[in-house]
Every structure is written in C-alpha cells, then in structure tokens.
Design a protein around this ligand. Structure first.
Ligand code: 5GP
Ligand code: MN
Length: 339
C-alpha cells in the first residue's frame, strides 16, 4: 500500500465509523482469525464493527474472542444487509474476488462504502479502494499484523487480538510447515506470544477437538477411499453425501484431510472431492512446482495459492472423479518433473 494511502486510511480511522468486515465462503481459521483480530482492534479504536460470514464455519473456531457477535448471512440475511447498507467502510479479508462471498458479494459490490482488501491469494480482482495484498504472506492474519503496524497501533495488540491472529497463522501454515512460513512469520508469532497469545491452548483448541465421528470418518477415508495413481504421483479421495451422513458429518470434519494424501512418499499432487449441501467441493494440494491454483482455476471454477487451492464442480461426484483422472495425462510431464 502506498504511503499516501496509509495516511488516508489512518485519517479515516481516526474518528468512529460504521465498519463491516466480510470474509470468504466456508470460513477457515485464517478467515475467522483475521476477521476477529481486526474486529477486536477496530472495537478498541471505538468503531462500530460487524463481522459477516457468508455461511457457517467449524465449531473449533467458536472460542475466538468476538465470535458471539458474528452475523451469518445465510441465517440472518436481513441483519447482515442492514449492516452492509449502514457501513462507511467494508474490509474484505482472506479473499479477493466478490464471487468468493456468494450472494453477499452482490450487496458488497453495490455498496458505496470505502472498500479495503487485506488478502494473500493470487490474482486479486480490482473492486476495492485500498488493498493490502501480498501473495507471499503465510496468511491474512500476518497481513492484519502489518496493517495494524502501518496504522501505528502495534501497541494496541492485546491478548484477544493476538489469540485471533495466532490462530489464523497456525492454521494457514499447517502449524508452521508450509513453504509460505518465513522468518517474518516466526517473528510475528513471537510478538503475538509476547502480546498474550495462548499458543499451547490454541493448538489444543484447534487440533485436540476431534469427535469420535470425525476420527472414524478419517479412518474410513484412509482405509477405504484412498486412490493412488503412481504414474502421475497423484493421490485422491472422495466422500459422498450418504457417507458424510453415516459419520454424522459436522462442518470442519474434513478440514485438512487432503494433506494426508499429500503426505504419502512420492506423491506430489493430492485432491479431495466431497458432495456437500448439494454441491461438489474440490480441494487440491501440491508439493513443489505443480501449480494447483492454475489447475483449480482452469478446470474447477476455483483458485487459491500455488500449492493449496480449491473449487467447485458442476457435474456429479462420479463424473468429477472421471474428469479429474482424465485431466492427469495432460500434466504427466509436469507431475513427473522433480522440483
Ligand atoms: P481448501 O481446499 O482448504 O478449501 O482451500 C484451499 C485454498 O484455496 C484456500 O486458500 C481457499 O481460500 C482457496 N479456495 C478454496 N475453494 C475455493 C474456490 O472455490 N474458489 C477460489 N477462488 N478459491 C478457493
Ligand atoms: Mn488465508
């Protein structure tokens, strides 16, 4: 962000405003951590702030400070539209195209409020007045720390804000494992711990929150559903709606499962397909140079990052798998090129 824009935003935020924070469809730890981290910071600055999510998110994130004030657009649509209509400023966190917030995007797009994107995904759309975008950043939470610092308010980061921001960094870096984890990420993490982030408690809340159903569903996936295509260094699995039902599926129960497929020795490309709420959601992960953002954009109406992306399929689950497998020969050389 240009220094002149930083100055404008600082001035804008120096007096109480009506602010809305929106984040992407099916929010994850980074989406909720960054939104609520920014929410707690802006509340401290005496603004009127509303966080709106397009739909629900996993229960392992409900402990985040400020969670009880979040408005779910798919349930409290009128209340959400009222807040968007009233807003002077709308922050768009952890997404960069209005399509990622579904119908809420129509309201945000129409609004005359000043819009500010804080995000780390590739190929941002041009719909905002201000944008703090860094595709190399580990997480939007890391960028929210940058944003608060640019506003000259680093000293305002307290335990609540730090707990939210720590959560998004941990989840988006796979607990500091993914290549986007930098020395700066670790510096920010140490500052967040200094500011009061309860690091060990947070890890417990996120990763030691398994229900029996969730673990048995994972076991079923690994034992019965895993397909390995050695020729393409690819592994994938899928879940049908009735299989989810059998294991009393709750939102978040399949979060991160695609990483098990990617963790197999020799596998460079992993995919997970799930039939949920009448739609086929796809998740892609890769190791090295194979770009799953391009793959998801080209074939599955999606996007994301070079090594982690997702999308949707408009055909049945079985047809989606046939389509996926039939695409692999096109990428055989790329998938077999060591990087
Ligand atoms: P996941 O597979 O965990 O749902 O998503 C992996 C990454 O891809 C995340 O950064 C997420 O924001 C992005 N992503 C997931 N689904 C979609 C989608 O349908 N469209 C776009 N543009 N990005 C997606
Ligand atoms: Mn993110």
């Amino acid at each position: 962000m240009k220094p002149s824009q930083v100055k404008e935003l600082k001035e804008l935020l120096s007096k109480p405003k009506n602010i809305v924070i929106v984040t992407h469809w099916s929010p994850d730890g980074d989406a909720m951590g960054s939104s609520l981290g920014l929410y707690n910071y802006l509340k401290k600055k005496k603004h009127e702030v509303t966080v709106i999510t397009p739909n629900d998110y996993p229960a392992f994130l409900y402990w985040l400070p400020g969670n009880k004030n979040v408005i779910n657009f798919s349930i409290k649509t009128k209340e959400a539209i009222k807040a968007v209509t009233k807003a002077n400023i709308i922050f768009c966190l952890d997404f960069n195209s209005l399509g990622r917030i579904n119908h809420l995007g129509e309201n945000v797009g129409k609004s005359n409020a000043i819009k500010c994107i804080i995000d780390h995904h590739l190929e941002p759309e041009d719909f905002a007045d201000y944008m703090l975008s860094d595709t190399k950043s580990s997480s939007t939470c890391e960028l929210v720390v940058d944003f608060i610092t640019l506003m000259g308010d680093k000293n305002l980061i307290d335990k609540n804000i730090a707990n939210c921001l720590y959560t998004g960094i941990v989840t988006d870096t796979g607990s500091f494992r993914f290549p986007s984890t930098s020395a700066k990420t670790h510096r920010i993490i140490s500052e967040l711990i200094d500011a009061g982030a309860e690091n060990s408690i947070i890890h417990n809340r996120i990763y030691d929150d398994n229900t029996e159903d969730k673990l048995r569903l994972l076991g079923f996936l690994l034992v019965q559903k895993l397909t390995i295509l050695k020729e393409y260094q690819t592994a994938f699995f899928s879940l049908k709606a009735d299989e989810l039902k059998h294991f009393n599926y709750k939102k978040g129960d399949t979060e991160g499962v695609v990483n098990y497929a990617l963790s197999i020795v020799g596998i460079r490309f992993a995919a997970f397909f799930v039939e949920r709420d009448g739609e086929i959601k796809t998740s892609f992960r890769s190791k090295g140079k194979f770009n799953v953002n391009l793959f998801a954009r080209k074939h599955f109406n999606g996007g994301g990052h070079a090594n982690a992306a997702g999308g949707m399929s408009d055909v049945s689950l079985d047809e989606t798998i046939i389509k996926f497998v039939s695409l692999l020969p096109e990428y055989k050389k790329e998938l077999n090129t060591p990087s």
